[in-house]
Design a protein around this ligand. Structure first.
Ligand code: GLA
Length: 385
């Protein structure tokens, strides 16, 4: 699709820039970000593009090229949701957050198009937010640094869309680096760009094609359960602010006093944080078996303790770990459907793909999708000449 031509057809003018932001796959550290913990995602080669041009009035016009759907609103009136065009909530949320900061915005025409699989747990929403924010920032020459832009996008999702997500997705979409995984401390927002040895390992994303409507409410509920765990553990560990502050040793000592469900949620988060640290060192020391073990432990914990997997994800992970050349595999993202991620010995990607294409439909009746990927570059902006 020639997006510049499409822009002109829709809006009658030429775009001045394109802002691009990728989706992500998280290698390890699931449901840890909103507990002030650690994560280790990569940006993927699928992304959202927002083409943009300024307008002379105070109106915003949006066109979602993939849905051939238009939405418009005025910058001078309160921005509200439109459930018939729920795709526009991400863009609207971003604009609303700029206005809340007090930024003066010109009207604009935006064309949005993307190839990040939607509702698959690969952060198509964060990629839309970051690409939109990049376009608004560039069009209006707003002085905002990366960290504030990332936080703005997260608030758009928390407050406008209503999903109480953590900061991981927006962060990696903005700051991903080709050939590298990103180790992020979600409390301090300090991060380390960690080389991913693409000559040794390949990354394969396995889409179960299962979409769970409940993901939003279940997600917010898990968050609440973690907060409750912190509140209760504070009786024994007065200094803690988040589950991040609870060591595995402290949990072994006091965790049994928690109600069973809260205990399981806390145990997952506390041990998952440690797994991220171990994974980072395993990656640096090229300890294949250790990496594989950590991935599988993470999946088991998400299935049994955090209870965010589903039978199709479990089937997918089982097929993967039973395939020669696979180092390890786990569900990735919020869960309740979506994708699993597998790390494989380089050169065996095809074998895994073939195995999944044969076995998964036979076991579930569903046709999966498989994407071979590699760590890609984060968001960028290009001005047209
Ligand atoms: C979603 C959220 C992230 C993170 C993951 C689970 O992708 O947007 O902030 O919490 O789920 O790790």
């Amino acid at each position: 699709m020639d997006l510049r031509k499409r822009f002109k057809d829709v809006f009658g003018s030429d775009p001045v820039l394109v802002s691009k932001a990728p989706g992500r796959v998280n290698l390890i550290g699931e449901h840890t970000d909103y507990n002030d913990g650690f994560v280790m995602p990569i940006a993927i080669q699928y992304s959202t593009r927002v083409l943009a041009a300024p307008r002379d009035d105070g109106n915003m016009r949006l066109y979602a090229a993939d849905f051939e759907s238009e939405a418009s609103f005025s910058l001078d009136r309160p921005i509200v949701k439109d459930d018939d065009r729920s795709w526009s909530h991400y863009e609207k949320g971003v604009v609303a957050e700029f206005l809340k900061r007090g930024d003066r915005l010109k009207g604009a025409d935006l064309l949005i198009q993307g190839d990040v699989p939607i509702a698959a747990g690969l952060s198509s929403s964060a990629s839309i937010e970051v690409a939109t924010a990049g376009a608004i920032k560039a069009l209006n020459r707003i002085a905002i640094d990366d960290l504030d832009l990332i936080r703005l996008c997260q608030r758009a999702e928390n407050d406008f869309v209503g999903m109480k997500c953590g900061i991981m997705d927006q962060f990696i979409s903005c700051l991903g680096r080709e050939g590298h995984a990103l180790f992020l401390d979600c409390r301090t927002l300090e991060y380390e760009i960690t080389p991913f040895p693409s000559d040794v390992y390949g990354i394969v994303i396995l889409n179960t094609k299962v979409k769970r409507e409940l993901v939003g409410s279940e997600y917010n509920e898990r968050r609440f359960e973690c907060e409750k765990g912190v509140y209760l553990l504070r009786g024994r560990l007065p200094g803690i602010r988040a589950l991040r502050d609870v060591s595995v040793a402290d949990f072994d000592k006091w965790g049994r006093e928690l109600p069973p469900r809260i205990r399981k949620r806390c145990e997952h988060v506390i041990r998952e944080n440690q797994r991220v640290l171990d994974f980072r060192s395993g990656l640096k020391q090229n300890q294949r078996d250790r990496l594989g073990r950590l991935l599988v432990e993470s999946h088991d914990s998400l299935r049994d303790l955090y209870e965010v997997s589903c039978s199709e994800l479990d089937v997918m992970v089982n097929i993967a770990v039973g395939t020669d050349g696979v180092v390890g595999a786990r569900m990735t993202g919020a869960g309740f459907g979506g994708c699993a991620v597998a790390i494989v010995q380089r050169g065996t990607e095809k074998r895994l793909e073939e195995n999944v294409m044969r076995q998964y439909p036979a076991k579930t009746g569903i046709q999966p999708e498989v994407y071979v990927t590699a760590p890609s570059e984060g968001a960028s902006i290009e001005f047209f000449k």
